[in-house]
Design a protein around this ligand. Structure first.
Ligand code: ADP
Ligand code: ZN
Length: 795
């Protein structure tokens, strides 16, 4: 890099010495090659730049720093051209950041597909594919490990490298290259790293922590096993190290073999193992939550059939999509983890997607128990350096099992055998900002490209996936029983219209039936979950004197009253303001919170059951210290007996002592202006019901509703999935909704309502006049359900 003004994105204090990739755009040097670079701007396509001659092998998929107008941006090279494109002025590339592509060509293709299909600028799509601040290759630091210092160099070049590293301890790759100018420096360092002889660190990391690791001494396994004597654990350690063919940390040994440091020390004293300090890859301890018994699981026949189908598909190596339906607790996870094992045995990677980060820890623990160091986790709550490390491990093929929310689908695995989309019906798979995409659908795209199996798993599949199973586009796998033959919970319906009359004065949230069930649960020392899908104290603060309801000035919807902190908050734009003591319009002290959110339910519960430990899990709780994990851990350990929460309590968790799950207002979603409102309600109710009775205790479910006859409520209550599917399919078909039609939403926003509307009218007229749009029905333009958000009118 030729100086300080080059606008480094990556703040590493050391000097400018990035030789491998440095570029001095000297005007005299005629370009012989050109590149198309996708920059993260809303442009129609990539921009063209000239490559200086000293840029050696540049391949599509490497990052380039280029100038766009007055700005310097990092983009991704999409194509390398040998002929000068017919353009007046072509600026030079300032810097090529990578030695090898950061994205394999398959992911570049996926990005192109996303760009086209979802009408998103390619540069903005790619921004979602590469960790934003991934440092340039030359900025990494390289250092020698104990093992590296001890091992004899294998040739002269390696000796030179090691000498430089011994002398300087820790160097940036760029500096090392200046000291030891080897053409094949990169592959050499890669190999040494793989052998555990050097460490390559991302800049900006918090420094590497070292942990003890062991390696099997060279020699014949059988002889060593004999020498290990009768200790089965000791033999298991040797066998494990033999199987993985590389050193392992003590922690990994503990996960994989289940033995502690004493066994290892004995093997060391027998001279069967050699130990050394190795940089700890990553602190993943925060992902550990809960322990499970380690009884080997014997699959039920329905599970075995599903595993066999997946096995066959993975072995065949041809694209095979499946819909794995089974009620919660039927052992779906067990099925796809076995399939992941099969893929791994064949050297193929697996991606497991979950809808939310909150579901990562429990599954990560399971994955790590089974796959130890092969597991990588990608999500936005990791620190930047953790994310880069994980991403690099995946790219290098060290970690072949990747877990994370939808963005983990872009993990740079080069050979995939299986992609799992768990809770495939979940709306969280849709990303609702640029680049918009549906992770579930892209999972199928990637699986197809790799000839991999894809598993869409759910207790309540989306109507689209059900339809695909009907038409044979995806193969259906059904789990029909619950593990341990646990019965589906018994449901009790409370008709709030009648209960209202029966309820005592002052009790508006808990019906008599629910109170009775709660008492019984508490008396038996069991646990309960109460779902209220609204956070805060009350959805509306109303002045009884004048009707003022304190709307958000930007969004036009009533702000939610929060007792904690005594403030009003807009749940659409997060605007917050102190809650008034008396009405700001009429001055009367007549303010009344209307309705109830989780906070109020918890408060009321404390009044009713003063001696019972209760806690709340919602987005507000998740933001407090310890986050959702702390709340869940307290509940899992039994420190809290009752958990109030939003839909966050309904997902994934496995709490054996929960015997009661209740929904305070089952109708919250039913009347929502969204054609998926009923599907959402049904999925939520079924998920919640699935929380109860997962252990040995029989579960009870109480649904309080104003619509006791609604098919979604009946179906959820009776565990009658077919009833729901039949009604909902009919509804979708009759009204031309997906999966029987495709719907595209065009949203126009403007600070002036007329403008938002007018632009849509023009667009509608153009579509109507376009012969290519035959068969397209235009609905609207009409105001969006939330007509104004964040100060903008929406049509
Ligand atoms: P799901 O993903 O369908 O909700 P899980 O796969 O998480 O269900 O299974 C629930 C629990 O039952 C887990 O603790 C799992 O280890 C256990 N399990 C799964 N299959 C079996 C089986 N065949 N026998 C005994 N336990 C099982
Ligand atoms: Zn607002």
């Amino acid at each position: 890099m030729s100086g300080g003004e080059s606008g480094r994105l990556f703040d590493d204090a050391a000097g400018p010495d990035l030789e491998i990739s440095s570029s001095r755009p000297e005007a005299t040097e005629p370009a012989t090659r050109w590149v198309e670079v996708a920059v993260p701007l809303p442009l129609d396509g990539p921009l063209t730049y000239a490559l200086a001659a000293h840029h050696r092998e540049v391949e599509p998929g490497v990052r380039a720093r280029v100038q766009v107008g007055p700005r310097r941006l990092v983009g991704v090279v999409l194509a390398v051209l040998d002929r000068r494109p017919d353009l007046d002025r072509i600026r030079p590339v300032e810097e090529i950041l990578d030695l090898e592509p950061v994205l394999p060509s398959e992911l570049l293709d996926l990005a192109r597909f996303v760009s086209e299909y979802y009408i998103a600028p390619i540069g903005e799509v790619l921004r979602a594919f590469v960790p934003g601040d991934l440092p340039p290759w030359g900025d990494r630091r390289v250092g020698l490990t104990d093992a590296g210092a001890l091992a004899p160099p294998r040739d002269e070049e390696e000796a030179g490298l090691i000498a430089a590293l011994i002398e300087h301890r820790r160097l940036r790759v760029g500096e090392l290259r200046r000291l030891v100018p080897l053409d094949d420096l990169a592959p050499r360092l890669e190999e040494l790293r793989r052998l555990g002889r050097v460490v390559l660190e991302q800049p900006g990391g918090r420094g590497t922590r070292y942990v003890k690791a062991v390696e099997r001494r060279d020699g014949d396994l059988a002889t060593q096993l004999e020498a290990a004597g009768r200790s089965p654990k000791g033999r298991a350690v040797l066998e494990y190290l033999h199987a993985v063919g590389r050193p392992a940390t003590l922690q990994e040994i503990r996960w994989a073999v289940g033995c502690g440091p004493t066994v290892v020390r004995r093997l060391e004293s027998l001279d069967l193992l050699r130990s050394f300090q190795q940089p700890q890859r990553l602190s993943l301890s925060r992902h550990r939550l809960g322990e499970e018994g380690s009884d080997p699981i014997v699959l039920r026949p329905d599970q075995r059939a599903a595993v066999e189908a997946l096995d066959a598909a993975i072995v065949a190596g041809e694209y095979a999509p499946f819909l794995l339906r089974g009620v919660t607790g039927s052992g779906k996870t067990e099925v796809y983890l076995r399939a992941a094992r099969r893929a791994l045995d064949l050297g193929l990677g697996t991606i497991v997607l979950v809808p939310e980060i909150a579901l990562v820890p429990a599954l990560a623990a399971q994955l790590r128990r089974r796959f130890a160091g092969e597991t990588a986790i990608l999500h936005s709550n990791l620190s930047a350096s953790e994310r880069h490390q994980e991403w690099e491990r995946i790219r290098r093929g060290e970690a072949r099992i990747v877990l994370g929310p939808r963005s983990a689908l872009m993990a740079p695995l080069d050979r995939l055998g299986l992609i799992v989309v768990d809770e495939e019906h979940d709306a969280a798979y849709k990303q609702d900002q640029v680049p918009r995409y549906n992770g579930r659908d892209l999972a199928l795209w990637r699986a197809r490209r790799h000839g991999a199996a894809a598993v869409l798993a759910s207790a309540t599949p989306s109507l689209e996936s059900r339809r695909n199973a009907e038409t044979g586009k995806v193969a259906r796998l059904e789990l029909v029983e619950r593990v341990g033959n646990a019965e589906l919970p018994r449901g009790v319906l409370v008709d709030l219209r009648r209960e209202a009359a029966a309820r005592g004065p002052g009790e508006v949230f808990f019906s008599g039936v629910l109170l009775e069930e709660l008492r019984r649960t508490i008396d038996r020392d069991e646990q309960a979950i109460l779902l209220r899908n609204r956070r805060g104290y009350a959805p509306v603060l109303l002045c009884r004197a004048c009707g003022e309801d304190f709307r958000c000035p930007d969004c036009g919807v009533p702000m939610t009253y929060h007792l904690r902190g005594h403030h009003l908050s807009c749940h659409y734009c997060d605007l917050e303001r102190p809650a008034p003591r008396r009405c700001t319009t009429c001055g009367e002290p007549a303010l009344e919170p209307m309705g109830a959110g989780t906070e109020r339910i918890e408060e009321r519960f404390r009044e009713l059951f003063p001696n019972v430990a209760v806690d709340t899990l919602d987005a507000d709780a998740a933001r407090r210290a310890g986050g959702a994990a702390a709340v869940l851990e307290r509940f899992r350990s039994g420190a809290t007996q009752v958990l109030v929460g939003t839909q966050m309590v309904s997902k994934g968790h496995h709490f054996p002592r929960v015997s009661l799950a209740a929904v305070l207002f089952a109708d919250t979603y039913l009347s929502f202006p969204d054609f998926r409102a009923v599907e959402r309600t049904y999925a939520l109710l079924v998920q919640l019901a699935g929380r109860a009775g997962r252990g040995k205790l029989p579960g009870r479910v109480v649904l309080q509703t104003y619509h006791p006859e609604h098919y979604a409520i009946r179906a959820a209550l009776d565990g009658n999935d077919a009833l729901f599917a039949e009604h909902e399919m009919r509804f979708r078909r009759t009204f031309h909704y997906p999966p029987f039609a495709r719907v595209v939403l065009v949203l126009s926003q403007h600070t002036r309502a007329e403008r938002a509307e007018a632009s849509l009218r023009q667009l509608a007229a153009r579509i109507a006049a376009d012969p290519a749009a035959e068969g397209v029905r235009i609905l609207g333009p009409t105001p969006a359900p939330f007509e104004r958000l964040r100060g903008r009118w929406r049509w």
